[in-house]
Ligand binder design. Structure first.
Ligand code: G6P
Length: 613
């Protein structure tokens, strides 16, 4: 949540800052602002609303400064407004700060600063930071030989919570200071200019060489050098990372929206996820996953922990892992897991799934399991993201940058990756018939062409969307693995179309929710579990009797088909069917959202990367 950027070089900072903010807008988009140094003073332009509004702000074209910082906000403390927008200044206008994260003790710090004569112009937690820096600049001790850095260090030492900050001052106009704790921040470096951002894709068109700031680390960024410091301000050297992603991967490539592009990218993203890990006739192979055979044989339980769509991928993962490896597996929501003292010991394997690798609750849940002695694996799409730096082992989905807030290709790649991981474990454990594993591998290799098949004709789904987009409520039903897909389909619909929807295990409907079924309400059924098809059909019959209209996504030949609409998907092993059955549901929510004229890629109130609790 919240995107931050910074620039220091010889060119005008504003064009880069605006472009960087546009790339980061998926992180938050209720207000935006930039600040540059102009004639030895800080000039701030900010307002509520989208980044594009900044282009029209009075005086934005007159900013010529070559040092600047900028921010796009997802409000936590204080509603979206001009005053609450970043960058924030201290009372004297000497220090300007952009911040991503939450300062949990901001009230206490605010009272302290008020007692010292400071006043506040916003309701944000962030505004304490520039004022604290000012306070320590004038009243603190001098740690090391950089007075600016020393003041920033003393200020952040007082902060509880999470932060990634960039600080700028006209007194030190040749440097920007950055610091982070539990919020992401990267520095892209080039000849004679350096760039700062919350994520790598925002900088790809300017640099392929990055420094990934660690927790409790500081950097002093000048146009032609960068110095790194630990928490005691002892300088250290830091390795540079070369990132191979192509900047064009982050464009829309002719699609109207990122979400549609990402839905259509799924055949390729899955090919990338499979990579060289899975081949017919050979054991699956993971680089960098040197879990000992002894540990695998002794695992007492597996926890899969994640949030949102990633948690739904975990639900499929549980079924696959339990089937193939015969190890009890529990899926937990990270924000619950982290506070409930789960039963974990050194025989427990905890798998954390996070597209961004920056979700605060998932990272905290990982730290908890590590502290209790568990072995941890992170599944992420973002190389060197925070979660991968914390986990014992990291495996990557390699789905390419996902920009739309509603996750699509990252989800299918997460499921594919867990399936390959489960096969890998089953091969080591000898827990599943070899022949069946080979058949499953062949099915995984067929997934891309089967998705291509679904995407080749989307007209049926589009027609259905045209019929139902004005509705207020919808229901998603499924049993077994189809229930997990129902949850994901329902989440997609809520996220981008703002239609209230509920997902139920089909057999549970009659225990209450069936009271909500009335004439003409839409019920979407997913039917791919061969052993449960009749049962799910009976449950759907119950809603048809009560007047519901039904859309079915299935790979079965349904007898006595009494449904209003049926979307056929290709046959596949039922453990992998979610990777196919979710695609029509992704498209359905997309087309409904388009019909309603909504912003598909940036739905209201959401953010792609939730770096706060
Ligand atoms: C946010 C996004 C969801 C995403 C969830 C977990 O809520 O809006 O789309 O599934 O975070 O994100 P992660 O990056 O950890 O997978």
């Amino acid at each position: 949540m919240c995107g931050i950027v910074g620039y220091i070089g010889s060119k005008k900072a504003t064009p880069f800052l605006l472009e960087g903010l546009t790339c980061l807008e998926y992180r938050g988009y209720d207000s935006a602002g930039i600040a540059t140094i102009e004639d030895n003073k800080i000039e701030v332009k900010k307002d509520k609303g989208r980044v594009k509004n900044l282009y029209d702000l009075d005086g934005i074209d007159s900013l010529v400064g070559t040092v600047g910082i900028a921010h796009t906000r997802w409000a936590t403390h204080g509603k979206p407004s001009k005053d609450n927008s970043h960058p924030h200044l201290d009372n004297s206008g000497t220090f300007s700060v952009v911040h991503n994260g939450i300062i949990e003790n901001h009230n206490e710090l605010r009272n302290f600063l008020i007692s010292k004569g400071y006043s506040f112009a916003s309701q944000t937690d962030t505004e304490v930071i520039p004022n604290l820096i000012h306070y320590y600049f004038n009243n603190g001790e001098n740690i090391g030989d950089n007075k600016f850095l020393s003041a920033v260090k003393q200020a952040v030492s007082d902060l509880k919570g999470s932060y990634a900050i960039v600080v700028m001052s006209p007194l030190f106009k040749d440097e920007l200071i950055v610091a982070r704790k539990d919020s992401p921040l990267v520095i892209g470096t080039s000849n004679g200019e350096n760039f700062i951002a919350s994520d790598i894709p925002a900088l790809l068109s300017h640099s392929k060489n990055f420094y990934l700031l660690d927790d409790n680390e500081f950097a002093v960024v000048c146009k032609d050098k960068i110095k790194f410091y630990d928490i005691n301000l002892t300088e250290h050297r830091k390795g540079i990372k070369n990132i191979e992603w192509d900047a064009t991967e982050t464009g829309k490539n002719g699609f109207e929206d990122y979400m549609l592009k990402e839905i259509f990218e799924q055949p390729n993203s899955i090919r990338e996820t499979i990579g060289s890990r899975l081949k017919l006739g050979e054991n699956c192979y993971f680089d960098d996953l040197e879990i000992s055979e002894e540990f695998l044989h002794n695992i007492n339980q597996i926890y899969i922990v994640a949030c949102g769509t990633a948690m739904h991928a975990g639900l499929i993962g549980k079924t696959i892992l339990e089937n193939l490896c015969k190890i009890p597996t529990t899926v937990e929501i990270a924000s619950e897991f982290r506070y409930r003292n789960p039963l974990i010991d050194e025989k427990t394997l905890c798998i954390y799934i996070s597209q961004s690798g920056e979700t605060a609750d998932t990272i905290a849940a990982l730290k908890l399991a590590k502290s209790k002695g568990a072995t941890t694996i992170a599944i992420s799409n973002v190389i060197s993201s925070s979660i991968t730096r914390e986990a014992d082992y990291s495996i990557y989905t390699h789905a390419g940058p996902e920009i739309a807030v509603a996750s699509t290709k990252a989800y299918t790649s997460q499921v594919v990756l867990i399936a390959i991981l489960a096969i890998h474990f089953a091969e080591i454990l000898n827990s599943y018939e070899q022949e069946k594993l080979e058949a499953l591998k062949a099915d995984i290799l067929d997934l891309p062409s089967k998705i291509e098949n679904i995407l080749a004709d989307t007209s049926k789904i589009k027609n259905f969307a045209d019929k139902v987009y004005t509705e207020k409520d919808m229901f998603f039903l499924g049993r077994g693995i189809d229930y997990a897909v129902a949850l994901e389909g329902s989440l997609k619909l809520k996220e981008i179309s703002y239609i209230h929807s509920e997902a139920y295990a089909a057999g549970e409907l009659k225990h209450g929710p069936i009271a909500l079924i009335e004439n003409n309400v839409t019920v979407i059924g997913i039917i791919t579990e061969p052993d449960l098809v009749d049962k799910t059909c009976s449950n759907l019959q119950e809603v048809i009797t009560r007047g519901a209209k039904t859309l079915i996504v299935t790979n079965m030949q349904l007898e006595n088909n009494c449904f209003d609409f049926v979307i056929d998907i290709p046959e596949i092993n039922h453990l992998l069917s979610p990777i196919l059955s979710v695609v029509p549901l992704q498209l359905l929510s997309y087309y409904i959202s388009k019909n309603k004229g909504l912003d598909v890629d940036k739905p209201r109130n959401l953010a792609k990367s939730v770096t706060v609790e």
